[in-house]
Structure formats: C-alpha cells, structure tokens
Design a protein around this ligand. Sequence first.
Ligand code: IDP
Ligand code: MG
Length: 136
Amino acid sequence: MSNIEQTLSIIKPDAVERNLQEEIKIEFKNNGFEIINEKKIHISKEEAEKFYKVHESKPFYNDLCQYLSSGPIIVMKLQKENAVLENRKLMGATNPQDASDGTLRKKYGISIDKNSVHGSDSVENAKVELDFFFKD
Ligand code: IDP
Ligand code: MG
C-alpha cells in the first residue's frame, strides 16, 4: 500500500552560506523526493525560538535559536513515499561525526550545531512544522 507523506526540510545557515543549496536539492531529487514548495527566508530569533520550542529546556537552546536565525535558510516541503523516515535516513545522525557515509550531514555538516539540514522527526511533527512555514 502506498504511503505518500510530506515532511519539512530546512537547509540551515551554514550550508546556505557555503552556497550548497542547489547541490543539496539535487540530492533530494536523486533520492526520489519531490520539492512541492520552497522558499528562502531569514527568520528572527523569536521565530526560531517558536520553531524549536520542544528544545526549550536543553542547554543548547539559546545557541540553536541564535544560529538558525543567523542567516538565510531554505525551507522545503518534500514529498515521497514514507518521506519523514526517508528524509531522516538521507540526513544521517545529528552529529556529522556519527553520520554514515552518503548522508547529507556526513557530506556537508561541519559540527553538531552546524549540521546543514533539519528534518521533521515524525509525521505528527511534520504537519506542525510544515504549517509553521507554509500556512496556506
Ligand atoms: P535533529 O536535528 O537530528 O532532529 P535534535 O535532537 O532535534 O536533532 O536537535 C535539534 C538541533 O539542535 C540539531 O540538529 C543540532 O543542530 C542541535 N543540537 C542537538 N544536540 C546538540 C548538542 O548537544 N549541542 C549543540 N547542538 C545540538
Ligand atoms: Mg529534531
């Protein structure tokens, strides 16, 4: 049975700064993702705090929100069969040092904070996160 899902991907400031967005978009397309919608934006620290609210209690919360609002990002609505899990697999582990060969974070990530891409971690959160950026 088919299970087409949509998920949110963000190309984070470290990757946009290095002009990797086209290369990363090609990776998504080569891996069977359809980019349904995308935009380049520069969010405020307050918006980043809302987006990452689940991490509010973490010691890295402030730095994380500072970082996501530090420069332009590309937000994308991706679609594929089992898109949420497939995107997490393509991204690789949170820390690029632990990410498997061939994953985006292994290829492009610099450090645990500058790990180049974000992806929703569940179907539920994908809906919330897509709504956050693509309310239409
Ligand atoms: P994920 O992006 O793989 O889903 P999360 O645990 O949801 O990882 O963390 C959100 C983001 O916060 C990560 O992508 C990473 O940039 C940052 N982060 C996570 N853990 C740490 C940490 O221990 N130190 C600094 N930054 C972290
Ligand atoms: Mg997460």
